[in-house]
Design a protein around this ligand. Structure first.
Ligand SMILES: Nc1ncnc2c1ncn2[C@@H]1O[C@H](COP(=O)(O)OP(=O)(O)O)[C@@H](O)[C@H]1O
Ligand SMILES: [Mg+2]
Length: 332
């Protein structure tokens, strides 16, 4: 049996996941930063948090998996996209382990981890993927060796939209789950800017407008209206990409995939086209958010596809790197 250890540190979460070569999830240890300021996640604060918790999260993951460091066969870490200082904590730990125990190391793309983990665990073959989180908002399909982007946000992500609006209401990170609960109490739709350009969405005008209305309207109605508007935009562009790509499955991945309203809206649209919709639910729901398991899975997939491990002096981090820059050899 081959054991793979994955380290996640792109933003708020420091996570270590361990899987085996049959893709049994042996452990999923995490510590999530609750940002102290009013401006969102400060990169220095995230790095400080990660360096403080890293060893304990690593030991917790090994303990739960009932393994020792020397038992690990492959090390993978999130190379980006993310906050530079936070990424470097994960990368440094991964390099240290790979060096000391002389193991192959794979730097992997965080967003690709969300995609592949969700596609694998929902048993989908060739889906259209709606990747929605604080770091990503994109519609993707696999085509000629890579996950290609068929639509995306032109400014902020849908996760940012909710987190920023929530901050204006004095709600801490993550704001998305709180907005979802508040929206259930909303009764009246308040007209907000709806901004779709081709297959792409634009959220900053919606954020500004909703934020300006905070003192004028009922906050539950606003949360409801914000969600309805943002998700209607996502449904429209997902439907267009679905027709263009002619896929028979849709998979929703990333932190915002936990949102039931989004899932039901996509499902209603998909049913019109006879298309199946999947996301991680039940016990697997926690894997929608950032975790080390998605990183370990990519390590395993590269390894099994015969991709050579990366030389230690080339294990760089990338604050900005798009999913469509990554070759996906296991799907070729
Ligand atoms: N139920 C929910 N409804 C809407 N947004 C949610 C929900 N749960 C989590 N989110 C959002 O998901 C984002 C976190 O996604 P995650 O993949 O963990 O992190 P990252 O975006 O850094 O990769 C946050 O913006 C959070 O508000
Ligand atoms: Mg993420």
């Amino acid at each position: 049996m081959v054991y793979v250890l994955g380290i996640e540190s792109t933003a708020h979460t420091f996570g270590v996941g361990i899987i085996d070569s049959k893709f049994n999830i042996l452990s999923d240890a995490r510590s999530v930063l609750r940002p102290s300021g009013t401006l969102g996640i400060d990169p220095g604060e995230a790095a400080e948090h990660h360096s403080r918790v890293a060893v304990n999260v690593l030991l917790e993951a090994l303990d739960k998996a009932n393994l020792k460091l020397k038992d690990i066969d492959i090390v993978a870490f999130s190379k980006g996209p993310g906050l530079g200082p936070a990424l470097r904590i994960g990368a440094t730990l991964a390099r240290g382990l790979a060096f000391k125990y002389n193991k192959p190391i794979y730097p992997v793309h965080h967003g690709l981890g969300h995609i592949e983990l969700t596609v694998h665990l929902t048993n989908m073959k060739d889906p259209l993927v709606l990747l929605v989180s604080g770091g990503h908002t994109a519609i993707l399909a696999f085509n000629e060796g890579r996950w290609r982007i068929y639509g995306e946000t032109l400014d902020i992500t849908v996760g940012n939209l909710f987190d920023s609006f929530a901050r204006r209401l004095g709600i801490g990170f993550p704001g998305g789950p709180v907005i979802e609960r508040m929206a259930l109490k909303g009764k009246r739709y308040i007209e907000l800017p709806y901004n779709v350009k081709g297959n792409n969405v634009v959220f900053s005008g919606l954020l500004t407008h909703a934020t300006d209305l905070v003192d004028k309207y009922n906050k539950y109605d606003l949360a409801y209206s914000l969600q309805e508007t943002a998700f209607s935009m996502l449904v429209e562009v997902t439907e267009r990409a679905l027709i263009q790509t002619d896929k028979k499955e849709i998979c929703i991945a990333g932190g915002v995939a936990s949102n039931n309203r989004l899932f039901n809206m996509i499902k209603t649209m998909a049913e019109d086209h006879g298309v199946k919709v999947g996301r991680l639910e039940g016990d697997l729901r926690r894997l929608n958010g950032d975790n080390g398991v998605q990183i370990a899975l990519l390590g395993l997939l590269y390894y099994e596809a015969g991709t050579p491990a990366t030389d230690l002096d080339k294990t760089f981090v990338y604050q900005r790197i798009r999913v469509d820059e990554e070759d996906v050899p296991w799907r070729m």
